[in-house]
Design a protein around this ligand. Structure first.
Ligand code: FAD
Length: 444
């Protein structure tokens, strides 16, 4: 029998995790991962472009696909890191509130979410202002209450990416860099795809689109992404040396200004004697992947974004957040003020003039054609003759790194028994329940 060809588009964390999990199923298939970049260049997945926090499910509505994939992904990634002896810091997280009714309500919600999304009650607790300052003496007197969660960890993204790419090759898969996918055609006769790349054609019985910030464009090659698109949202991090001798032990997050928005307000994480603050959240009117730090708009990208009515609706829907985000993004002073709120000024003054640019990342934010930001994860189906033969990971945003291995397991299950998934609506409760059952079985 002919071996099946599985092609994964994108060698970021999701594409590599999918390839590893498909290979682990030993289903007599050739697995090829293609990426348009050179080896070692990852986009959102790269450690220099994200926070590297193993998220513990505080912000995600229980029962959603995001909550389910994050819950299992959190464990799978932690186990992977520990097994491989990769850099790992289980420092835990403190989310601080300033005493408003909204902050208290959200902290309560995050507490409930944490328990519903897999955290042990022994590892989650509410603290009053004094208790939080006892644990973290640098924190501001303005903080009235906080949620402490012991389990979140910091990881080193690049070490994981390197190991996972090696795992793919060790398991018999192929990773082809400098290979850009430029078109995809289906053949109903032999039920296969022809994936056109800059290095020639590949034939695939099943393909997985894990193209990060480009997933919509790749999905459009097969008639997908009809009612959604990716909006690039850039986040800048800044840092400063902490000369106080009082070091932050936890990741410190603030209750977000807009909890319906997936972008969390600037947080503070200390490593090697420096505190890193950020990220901001600003629409990027430029290339979707461009890490020089330049905010110079790219004309072609700008035109392409603005002929899309969804972009204008997105602006309208988010207008209330614009002044705050523009301020933090473009003004060092406003950014410093937003961070100072967490930190006791009498102990450490966040002087805008000493904040240094640290790094920047671009989120590939899923937005509906009506301009609504999606807080949910999802997969889009691609069919040949009514049969499921491909999937797109439609929301490459956070906590995509934490969830990656769970996404990999789910997609591997779909690849292995795609006939069973053909008639299931990926947006349905039945699908989410099936996914939950898959991980319950895996845990046993
Ligand atoms: C500022 C920021 C902070 C974040 N913080 C966290 C965090 O703390 N914890 C967490 O879990 N997640 C976090 N995330 C999210 C996380 O980084 C992403 O969800 C994850 O890295 C996405 O991985 P990916 O593999 O889907 O996409 P990517 O890493 O972007 O990989 C996609 C790959 O596809 C390739 N590609 C694209 N188009 C083509 C094409 N046509 N042909 C061939 N290859 C192509 C690209 O070259 C790229 O290598 C953060 C993201 C940002 C931006």
């Amino acid at each position: 029998m002919r071996k099946k060809n599985i092609v994964v588009i994108g060698a970021g964390i999701k594409g590599l995790a999918v390839a590893c999990q498909v290979l682990a199923k030993k289903m007599s298939a050739n697995v090829t991962v293609v990426d348009k970049e050179s080896p070692g260049v990852y986009h959102m997945s790269d450690g220099s472009h994200n926070t590297q926090c193993g998220h513990s499910g505080l912000y995600y509505t229980p029962g959603t696909l995001k909550a389910i994939l994050n819950e299992y992904g959190f464990e799978l990634l932690r186990d992977y890191i520990i097994r491989r002896n990769l850099p790992y810091n289980p420092c835990g997280k403190i989310v601080v509130g300033y005493g408003s009714e909204k902050d208290n309500r959200l902290l309560e919600r995050y507490y409930t979410n944490a328990l519903a999304n897999g955290r042990s009650p022994k590892k989650v607790r509410m603290l009053d202002g004094n208790a939080v300052r006892k644990k973290e003496p640098l924190l501001s007197k303005e903080i009235a209450s906080a949620l402490e969660v012991d389990e979140p960890y910091l990881f080193n993204a690049n070490s994981i990416l390197r190991d996972m790419e090696k795992d793919v090759m060790d398991a018999g898969g192929t990773v082809r860099h400098n290979t850009r996918v430029v078109g995809i055609a289906s053949s109903a006769r032999d039920m296969r795809w022809t994936i056109k790349t800059t290095k020639g054609d590949l034939h695939a019985d099943f393909f997985i689109n894990a193209g990060g910030g480009q997933v919509d464009r790749i999905a459009q090659m097969v008639g997908g992404a009809k009612n959604w698109f990716i909006c690039p949202v850039v986040g800048i991090y800044k840092d400063m040396i902490n000369p106080t001798g009082m070091h932050l032990q936890h990741m410190v997050y603030q209750v977000p200004s807009d909890p319906e928005n997936p972008f969390l307000d600037p947080h503070a994480i200390e490593s090697d004697g420096s505190i890193h603050f950020g990220p901001t959240a600003m629409v990027k009117w430029g290339m979707r992947e461009h890490y020089s730090g330049s905010m110079v708009p790219h004309l072609g990208e700008m035109i392409q974004a603005h002929v899309n009515p969804g972009t204008w609706l997105f602006y309208l829907n988010n207008i209330k957040n614009v002044p705050r985000e523009i301020g933090r993004h473009y003004s060092n002073r406003i950014f410093a003020n937003a961070c100072q709120r967490m930190i006791d000024e009498s102990k450490l003054t966040i002087d805008p003039s000493i904040l240094r640019f640290y790094k920047l990342g671009i989120r590939g934010q899923h937005v509906s054609s009506k301009g609504v930001i999606s807080n949910e994860f999802g997969l889009e189906k691609h069919v040949i003759n009514g049969e499921l033969r491909g999937v797109t990971d439609i929301n490459p945003g956070s906590p995509g790194f934490t969830a990656s291995l769970a996404v990999g397991c789910l997609v591997a299950d779909i690849v292995g028994s795609h006939d069973k998934y053909t008639d299931i609506d990926f947006n349905s409760q039945a699908f989410r329940e099936k996914v939950r059952q898959l991980f319950i079985r895996r845990r046993k």
